[in-house]
Structure formats: structure tokens, C-alpha cells
Design a protein around this ligand. Structure first.
Ligand SMILES: Nc1nc2c(c(=O)[nH]1)N[C@H]1C(S)=C(S)[C@@H](COP(=O)(O)OP(=O)(O)OC[C@H]3O[C@@H](n4cnc5c(=O)[nH]c(N)nc54)[C@H](O)[C@@H]3O)O[C@H]1N2
Ligand SMILES: Nc1nc2c(c(=O)[nH]1)N[C@H]1C(S)=C(S)[C@@H](COP(=O)(O)OP(=O)(O)OC[C@H]3O[C@@H](n4cnc5c(=O)[nH]c(N)nc54)[C@H](O)[C@@H]3O)O[C@H]1N2
Ligand code: SF4
Ligand SMILES: [Mo]
Length: 695
């Protein structure tokens, strides 16, 4: 028998609503064994996803970057030579300095995404813009359409605690796939089913792994959720299932809205959604008659051009029934607005107004290719530091992103764990520490606990944390701020002391701090967070973002999705796979083996018409180009809808280029974001000679 294994508490940094508190087997100061979900955090409740359970594969991966490098090949080629940290930092500082002196400070663009959600390690980068006048970044790539739609009705990014699902009689998972993306939620749903006999309804555009576990699965046409929600409201209002007192006291519902919704019959919605009217009616009655109905809204159904509008329409449902009144009732999308953190030190938050130009993260292609509108009237971008993002793969219009990253007059530093497609474009490539090798705290956007993530392992090779890189650079560039001399441990400690009056050491004992509002507040029973305290059936889109033209003034189906026509007769949806997290984990053998290869699920009817064989090579495309992958024939979605799970690395594709080549980067109304699940495409069987040429 080996000696007892040491278990250390920390927290998952990945961009996932589960935001798990973790228990890690520490085998030595440099090695871990299994990772488990912490039992003591109610949302995590001892559950963890398989990809993080076997994190030893990622943290001890032989391909991890271990030392700074300078590019010696062409941009994108991936040829580098080793250099020292001093040389790397001097080179970056000199490039930033030259860009700022020649083109103005705004020509430098620090860029980040959700590789880590750490308060210190992710958003700490924004100090560069605040201290040195560099361009800021509008983080739109993930939840912006969803946030906009929820904001429109509810008024703040919070809702009923998802752990309350255990008390629900009906759970509706709408446009999310928690078996893949939020696995802990399933645990709470199963408890509700066991103890209350609760029913699970899943609304999606294909029969997902979550739908496979549901009592009722509703498969609709992509981008038509607004129509389904309106028809449900029509039925509930017409059949006396509405909570008229709730509507009168806590919402702006009036005769305009009543008259408007009276026309949105299930027959009207059936045409749009592809769901038979009888099925819509039955779902509306089930929802309308269940007091404790919990609506868990995913991000997926908002990744369409009409996504914010659809989110708003669906978020109206619990206001109609008054489900908010009950424990186990109401709705939840995300909890971005409950944390009350003092980030004066960690983000130089008090200097936020110093940033005058914020460039749109999702429009990085247009920004780097010099589009004047995307550059917001300012100078071209001449130098970048990229942390936590595999932008060459994940951003829409990826051909433009790559054209931009290839510019000879653009200096790019990428700070990464692996040689990603983005890293290949770096002039200087820096090796990043992983979460087990640093300290941070994380906002659980799918629950209410701030999780505490102290370091578990010693440094790996020459890897450094994001904080250490930003601090070293800022100091070289002459910036002055108390945080620049702090380690992640001292900065996390100071942030916790200032925000929650607790030290890192003390907070780490439990591993999390609950920040959830009390019941009445979480359920908006004392008012919704709009100035008049009312939920809005009539949203003020103009107050939310600049791209509000034509948005519906009341819940509706907004026919604004990508146009299907004879040239592009199918709709492409690109949702997450189970064991990749965006492109993270696409390098680990366990995930690679499980996911197989990039695949498009094609309806048998479409396959027959197009002469596509099961397992055959296909090409899908639109005006932006074409992507080659394999077909799997399946009636999981409606005819005309093609599903391709996962954001795979380029080299997994037959043609060497990934799926986001086809995705449009026009900002989603009203506040921006990318319509990842809303792309009209053509599909063809790949002629053998074409496929062979790509092999
Ligand atoms: N395993 C794994 N976990 C992840 C991620 C991952 O890539 N892999 N990504 C993480 C990140 S960054 C995020 S933001 C979250 C996202 O997690 P989710 O909230 O689950 O959102 P999506 O994954 O975008 O899509 C979820 C579902 O929306 C469906 N959908 C697409 N279009 C429509 C529509 O028009 N109507 C309806 N009703 N459904 C639609 C898709 O088919 C998909 O099943 O997951 C996080 N967790
Ligand atoms: N087609 C399609 N595209 C999508 C989506 C989709 O559903 N379909 N989802 C979109 C969504 S929701 C999102 S949020 C984006 C996500 O896009 P990204 O946030 O770019 O996510 P990842 O692809 O996981 O890349 C994160 C990178 O950060 C690195 N990293 C992790 N931790 C650290 C760290 O501590 N320091 C540094 N320096 N690097 C670190 C990882 O190694 C990884 O390469 O993708 C979007 N793209
Ligand atoms: S990726 Fe999500 S489910 Fe997996 S450990 Fe992290 S937070 Fe939990
Ligand atoms: Mo995301």
C-alpha cells in the first residue's frame, strides 16, 4: 500500500458555468493524480467533468510550452528558437514602445478571452490599457447576445439559485446542453426527479445528450425560440394560467402586450418552429400549470442574429406564470452581477475611464485587417499581447483573423500552454503557467459561489503566470501601480481582504464564498432591477447597445437569421463537444480519442437528396470558403439543419482549416457578439480527387 495521498483544495479556472470547487490528489510538489469535484460546495456536490477529472493529462502533457521563444519561420508556420525571459520581455516592451510612439498608445491591443476566468489572471491584463493608454477590449465572443436579452427583460445578470432546481417540479433546459457544458446541473436535476418526481423538458435544435436524458424533448428550427415562447404565452393567457397579480404588480404587462400576444397562436408558431401546434399547446399547459417550474437558459440559443430577442421572449415565461414566487421556480441564465468584488488593485478598476477606445473581441479579423468601423476611428493595431485565447481558431470569420495575424507590420506576443494555431502567428511566444501552478479566485457564472483557487504545484519549467508577465511588461514600460509588485498570492489575498474581509488562507479552507442574494432578491419579489422595479415585456433595446435597429418592441419572432436560399439551402449549428472546452483539451489524448474526428450530422432526407453517404467525406461552405469533414447521417435535427460539434484544431480537418471560416462576424444586435449557430451553407459530397488532394 502506498502512503495516503494528499488531497488539496483548489478551483477550476475554465470557461464553464459549473465553475467547480476541486479536490486534487497531489502526488508530489510537481505531480497530480485524479481531480474530483469538491463535496462541500452545494453546486459542485462532488461531481466533476471527465476532462478535468483526468487533468494530469493536460498539466503533465509532453507538448507543453516550457520556455520563451522567438519566431524564425513565417507567421503561422510554427518555427521558433529558444530565448531567455529577459530577451523576450525586452523585445515585447520595445515593440509596444515603438508602436505607441509611432502610432499612438491605442495602436497596442491587449487581447484576452476565457482560457482562465481568474479575477487576477484573466482580467488583470486590462491594467495594461488602464495604466498605459492602450486600446481596451469589449469581450463579446461568449455571452453578449444572451446577456443583452436577459438584461432587456430582467434588468441584471442574476436569477434564482440553480441549486433550487432540486425543489422544482418541472425543469426546462432551454438552448443549453449541460451534459456537455455544465455537467453538475444534471446532478441537481436528477435529485429533483428522484425526490419530487420532477419532469425535465429540453428545448434544442437537435437531440443532444441532455435531451436523451429528458422526459420531453422539443426539437425546433434554429433561431425560432421567440416564436415558441410567444405561443406558450398565448396559450397560458388564453387559458387562464397567467398570474395576473404578478403581472400587474411586478411587470410592465399591459393591454398592448396582451393584444400583441393574443395573435401568436401555436398554429402561427408551428409554421416557424417546425413543432406541431398540439405539442406546443401541451408544453405550454405543462409549464403554465406547474407552479415550481425552473427555467435554465443556456447560451446556445442566443448565438443567432436574433439571439438577444429570443432570450428576451423566453425570459418572459416565468413573469407570465409568476413562477418566481416559489422556491424551485423562476429562471436562471448567469450570475455576473452578484460578486461585489473590489478590483481597484487587481484590475486598476479605478482607472477604467482612462480607456477611450475599446475594440470588439469578436471582430478581431476586421480590426486587424484595418476596417475603419471596427477600429472606431482610431489608429491601426500594430502590437498585441494575447493571453487565454486561441483566437485564430475560435473567432468568427477566421480567414480575416489569420490575414490580420499574418501582417508583417503587426507585432504579436502570444502567451500560451500549447503551440496552438494562434501561437504559430506569434513573434514572441511565452510559456504560461496552468491554474495548478498559481493562485486565483473565480466567479462561478452558473452558480452563486466565488471559488478559491490556491496553488497546488510548484512552477513548471520556465512557465510564468499571466499576472507575472503583465507585471513585468508594465514595469519595463514605465507604468506605476501597487499591483505591479505583487505575486498572485498577495494580490488574491489583498482582493479577498478588500472585498470579503477574509484572507486567502482562511477562504481556502472552505474553498468558496457564497455571494448569492437572499431568496426574495434572487426571485425579484421585491422588484426587478430596473428603475421602476418591473420586468419589461417592452424592452428598451437602444439602452442596451448600438445595433438595435429593427428589434421587436415586444416578445416576438424576429426573422433576422442568415438567409437560406437556393445557393445555401442548409443551416449550420456548431455547438460544443463533450470533452473539448472550446479548443482547450483538444490536445489531450483522452479527449481526442473520445471525440474522434470533425463530423457533420446530416439529416437522412438531405443526405439522400445530396448523395451523401454515412461516414463519407463532405464539403460545406458559403461565400467565405469551404470546410471539409465527414458526414454522419442522423435524424437528430430537423431536415435542413446540419450540426457539427466542437471547435477542432485545423489539422483535424481534411482541408486543414477549421469551422469558424464559415461564421460571420457582423455584430449580433443590439450589443454585439457572434452568431456561431446561425450560418446558411451549401453541402456537397467531396469528390474523391479533392479529398485525396487534401490528405
Ligand atoms: N464540454 C464543454 N463544455 C463547455 C464548453 C465546451 O466547448 N465544451 N464551452 C464553455 C463555454 S465558453 C460556454 S459559453 C458554455 C456554453 O454552454 P451552453 O449554454 O450549453 O451553450 P452552447 O454550448 O453554445 O449551446 C448549447 C445548445 O444550444 C443549442 N442551440 C443552438 N442554436 C439553438 C437555437 O436556435 N435554439 C435552441 N433552443 N437551441 C439552440 C445547441 O444545439 C446546443 O445543444 O459552455 C462551457 N462549457
Ligand atoms: N464555432 C464555434 N466557435 C466558438 C464557439 C462555438 O460554440 N462554436 N464558442 C465561442 C465561445 S462561447 C467562446 S467563450 C470562445 C472561447 O474561445 P477561447 O477563450 O479562445 O477558448 P479556448 O479555445 O479554450 O482557448 C483558450 C486558450 O487559452 C489558453 N490558456 C488557458 N489558461 C491560460 C492561462 O492561464 N494563461 C494563458 N496565457 N493562456 C491560457 C489555453 O491553452 C487555450 O489555448 O470560443 C467561441 N468560438
Ligand atoms: S470544466 Fe466545468 S465541469 Fe469541468 S471541472 Fe471545470 S468547471 Fe467543472
Ligand atoms: Mo463561452
Amino acid at each position: 500500500m502506498s502512503a495516503e495521498i494528499e488531497i488539496v483544495r483548489t478551483a477550476c479556472p475554465h470557461d464553464c458555468p459549473s465553475a467547480c470547487a476541486l479536490e486534487v490528489e497531489r502526488l508530489s510538489p510537481t505531480r497530480i493524480g485524479r481531480i474530483r469535484g469538491a463535496a462541500n460546495l452545494p453546486f459542485t456536490a462532488g461531481v466533476v467533468c471527465e476532462k478535468v477529472g483526468r487533468y494530469a493529462e493536460r498539466v503533465h502533457h509532453p507538448d507543453r510550452l516550457t520556455h520563451p521563444m522567438r519566431r524564425i519561420g513565417a507567421k503561422g508556420e510554427g518555427k521558433f528558437e529558444r530565448i531567455s525571459w529577459d530577451e523576450a520581455l525586452d523585445t515585447i516592451a520595445a515593440a509596444f514602445d515603438t508602436a505607441a510612439k509611432t502610432h499612438g498608445a491605442e495602436s497596442v491591443w491587449p487581447y484576452h478571452s476565457g482560457g482562465t476566468l481568474g479575477i487576477v489572471q484573466r482580467f488583470g491584463m486590462e491594467r495594461l490599457s488602464r495604466l498605459l493608454g492602450y486600446s481596451g477590449m469589449k469581450g463579446t465572443i461568449c455571452v453578449t447576445p444572451g446577456v443583452s436579452g436577459w438584461q432587456a427583460g430582467v434588468g441584471a445578470q442574476r436569477g434564482a439559485d440553480p441549486v433550487e432546481i432540486e425543489a422544482a417540479d418541472l425543469i426546462v433546459v432551454w438552448g443549453g446542453n449541460p451534459v456537455h457544458t455544465n455537467v453538475n446541473l444534471m446532478n441537481h436535476i436528477q435529485k429533483a426527479r428522484k425526490t419530487n418526481g420532477a419532469k425535465l423538458v429540453v428545448v434544442d435544435v437537435y437531440r443532444t445528450s441532455t435531451m436523451a436524458a429528458a422526459d420531453i424533448g422539443i426539437v425546433l428550427n434554429p433561431g425560432t425560440d421567440g416564436a415558441l415562447a410567444c405561443a406558450m404565452m398565448q396559450v397560458m393567457l388564453a387559458e387562464g394560467m397567467a398570474d395576473e397579480t404578478f403581472l400587474a404588480e411586478l411587470t410592465d404587462f399591459d393591454t398592448d402586450v396582451r393584444t400583441h400576444l393574443a395573435e401568436k397562436t401555436p398554429e402561427w408558431a408551428a409554421e416557424i418552429t417546425g413543432i406541431p401546434a398540439a405539442e406546443i399547446r401541451a408544453f405550454a399547459r405543462l409549464y403554465g400549470r406547474t407552479a415550481k417550474s425552473f427555467l435554465r437558459l443556456g447560451v446556445g440559443f442566443t448565438r443567432s442574429r436574433n439571439g438577444a430577442s429570443n432570450m428576451h421572449a423566453v425570459s418572459c415565461l416565468p413573469a407570465i406564470t409568476g413562477a418566481w414566487r416559489h422556491k424551485g421556480g423562476g429562471a436562471f441564465f448567469a450570475s455576473f452581477d452578484i460578486w461585489n468584488l473590489d478590483t481597484t488593485l487587481a484590475h486598476a478598476a479605478d482607472l477604467a475611464d482612462n480607456v477611450t477606445r475599446a475594440l470588439d473581441q469578436s471582430r478581431i479579423g476586421a480590426v486587424l485587417c484595418g476596417d475603419e468601423d471596427a477600429l472606431a476611428g482610431g489608429p491601426p493595431v500594430k502590437a498585441m499581447l494575447i493571453q487565454n485565447s486561441n483566437t485564430a481558431m475560435v473567432a468568427p470569420d477566421s480567414a480575416a483573423v489569420r490575414r490580420g495575424l499574418s501582417r508583417e507590420d503587426l507585432f504579436v506576443c502570444v502567451h500560451e500552454h500549447f503551440m496552438t494555431p494562434t501561437a504559430r502567428y506569434a513573434d514572441i511566444l511565452l510559456p504560461a503557467a496552468m491554474f495548478l501552478e498559481l493562485d486565483d479566485i473565480y466567479m462561478g457564472w452558473g452558480h452563486t459561489a466565488l471559488t478559491i483557487g490556491p496553488r497546488v504545484l510548484d512552477d513548471h519549467a520556465e512557465c510564468r503566470s499571466n499576472l507575472d508577465v503583465v507585471n513585468a511588461l508594465a514595469k519595463r514600460l514605465g507604468a506605476d501601480h501597487p499591483s505591479l509588485s505583487m505575486s498572485s498570492e498577495t494580490l488574491v489575498d489583498a482582493t479577498l481582504q478588500a472585498s470579503k474581509n477574509v484572507s486567502l488562507a482562511d477562504a481556502a479552507k472552505q474553498g468558496w464564498i457564497d455571494c448569492g442574494p437572499d431568496f426574495d432578491d434572487a426571485h425579484f419579489l421585491t422588484g426587478f432591477p430596473h428603475p421602476d422595479g418591473r420586468f419589461r415585456f417592452k424592452p428598451d433595446w437602444a439602452a442596451i447597445g448600438p445595433y438595435h435597429d429593427g428589434m421587436p418592441s415586444m416578445p416576438d419572432h424576429w426573422a433576422a437569421t442568415d438567409t437560406i436560399d437556393a445557393d445555401r439551402p442548409l443551416r449550420l449549428v456548431t455547438p460544443p463537444s463533450r470533452t473539448y472546452l472550446n479548443t482547450s483539451f483538444s490536445e489531450t489524448p483522452g479527449s481526442r480519442k473520445r471525440e474522434g474526428r470533425p463530423t457533420a450530422l446530416v439529416h437522412p432526407q438531405d443526405a439522400a437528396e445530396l448523395g451523401i453517404a454515412d461516414g463519407g467525406k463532405i464539403r460545406i461552405g458559403n461565400g467565405k470558403g469551404e470546410v471539409r469533414l465527414h458526414a454522419e447521417i442522423s435524424d437528430t435535427a430537423k431536415p435542413g439543419v446540419v450540426i457539427s460539434e466542437g471547435v477542432w484544431p485545423d489539422d483535424a480537418f481534411e482541408g486543414g482549416i477549421g469551422i469558424n471560416l464559415l461564421i460571420d462576424a457582423t455584430p449580433v444586435p443590439p450589443a454585439g457578439g457572434a452568431a456561431f449557430h446561425d450560418t446558411a451553407i451549401w453541402l456537397k459530397a467531396a469528390a474523391e480527387e479533392i479529398a485525396d488532394a487534401a490528405d
